[in-house]
Design a protein around this ligand. Structure first.
Ligand code: PHE
Length: 357
């Protein structure tokens, strides 16, 4: 018995891995193992012998089993240590500077704008880019013969021959989302709706596809003063400077009354665009108090609710904030331009951490 103990305990202590251990287990205490066979011999012994040998054999079996378990635990610990040594990852390392792709300035600015308005309690709403004539025009108090329909240089979708329903359009602004949001949510409401819009226009500051963010705030007592505060606060946060200067210019939109366009003071010197200085003004948004007819189209009672709406040009904001002189380059997919003006994918804009950095 002492031989067995010596042999197996030494072998177990030397076992290099789990399969060697299992091998030893079978050879010692498995069904046909040496210790088990010895136990079977108990039957042939006299009761006195059995009383002597039985407990010793049981003790040996227990001893071998616990040596197996102890060695198994040691091997498992060593395996874990080895994994920890080879698979470590320093999560405090900064993100890679040599990036594969970049975030387009339009996406970046959309995130920044959304972050600022979300902080003021605006939720994000959405609508389709191929829009019905009714949502894009009629519901916004732009009747069939209204000159705005041609002024906006609308792209019309084709209809099948013989189908004389009014054609759908590529939405010319994000304002139809006002109607959809009112119908879906009712009042009070506070939403913004960023997205693509389309107009047949092409020069240094116009492209046929561009981006707007619509804003809509309705409650029982929202006034033009709230609109002004909201927009000024937005511009301060967005441009991350104190010297932003806004000009509210009386204007006209069929869907707001009264209406105001807002320009931002800027300079264009030497092809470089700068905000808050110079003698130029760049129009960045249209706004006003939502027209009662528009509220009614959104199933909202104008005797009970009122509020403001605005539409901001996202691409314009990107040009101004990041000093990008030509809008057309936004959509050329020129890799050098994207690398120069793009943003690192992991720098998500937050008000606390800084919008742009
Ligand atoms: N939809 C207008 C445009 O595209 C902007 C606007 C939105 C004006 C909301 C007033 C209110 O020019």
């Amino acid at each position: 018995m002492d031989d067995l103990r010596g042999k197996y305990l030494a072998a177990i202590a030397d076992a290099a891995d789990e399969s060697a251990l299992e091998d030893l287990r079978l050879r010692a205490v498995g069904k046909k193992g040496e210790v088990s066979l010895k136990m079977r011999e108990l039957g042939k012994m006299t009761p006195e012998e059995r009383q002597q040998v039985g407990p010793k054999l049981n003790a040996l079996k227990d001893e071998i089993n616990s040596a197996l378990a102890a060695r198994k635990a040691v091997l498992a610990d060593a395996a874990l240590d080895e994994r920890l040594r080879t698979e470590w990852l320093d999560v405090t390392l900064p993100s890679r500077t040599r990036r594969q792709g970049s975030v387009h300035p339009v996406s970046q600015v959309t995130e920044e704008v959304t972050t600022i308005f979300a902080d003021m309690g605006f939720a994000v709403a959405e609508g389709p880019q191929v829009e019905s004539d009714w949502y894009n025009f009629d519901a916004l108090n732009i009747p069939a013969e209204h000159p705005t329909r041609t002024e906006m240089d609308t792209f019309y979708m084709a209809r099948a021959e013989g189908d004389d329903r009014p054609p759908h359009v590529l939405r010319t602004h994000t304002s139809p989302v006002q109607i959809r949001a009112m119908q879906a949510q009712g009042a009070p409401i506070r939403v913004i709706a960023p997205g693509r819009v389309y107009r047949a226009d092409y020069d240094q500051t116009h492209t046929p596809m561009f981006h707007q963010v619509e804003g809509l705030a309705l409650d029982r007592d929202i006034s033009m003063a709230n609109l002004k505060w909201c927009l000024e606060e937005f511009c301060r946060a967005f441009f991350e400077v104190d010297s932003v200067e806004l000009r509210f210019r009386a204007s006209h939109f069929p869907f707001t009354e009264p209406s105001a366009e807002v320009d931002l003071r800027c300079s264009w010197q030497g092809g470089q665009l700068k905000v808050g200085e110079g003698d130029d003004w760049m129009e960045i948004l249209g706004s006003g108090m939502v027209h009662p007819r528009v509220l009614r189209a959104g199933n909202i009672d104008p005797d009970e609710w009122q509020g403001f709406a605005f539409g901001i040009g996202i691409d314009r904001l990107a040009m101004l904030k990041y000093g990008i002189p030509d809008l057309r380059a936004f959509f050329d997919s020129d890799l050098r331009w994207l690398r120069h003006y793009g943003f690192a994918a992991l720098d998500v804009p937050t008000l606390a951490g800084g919008l742009s950095r």
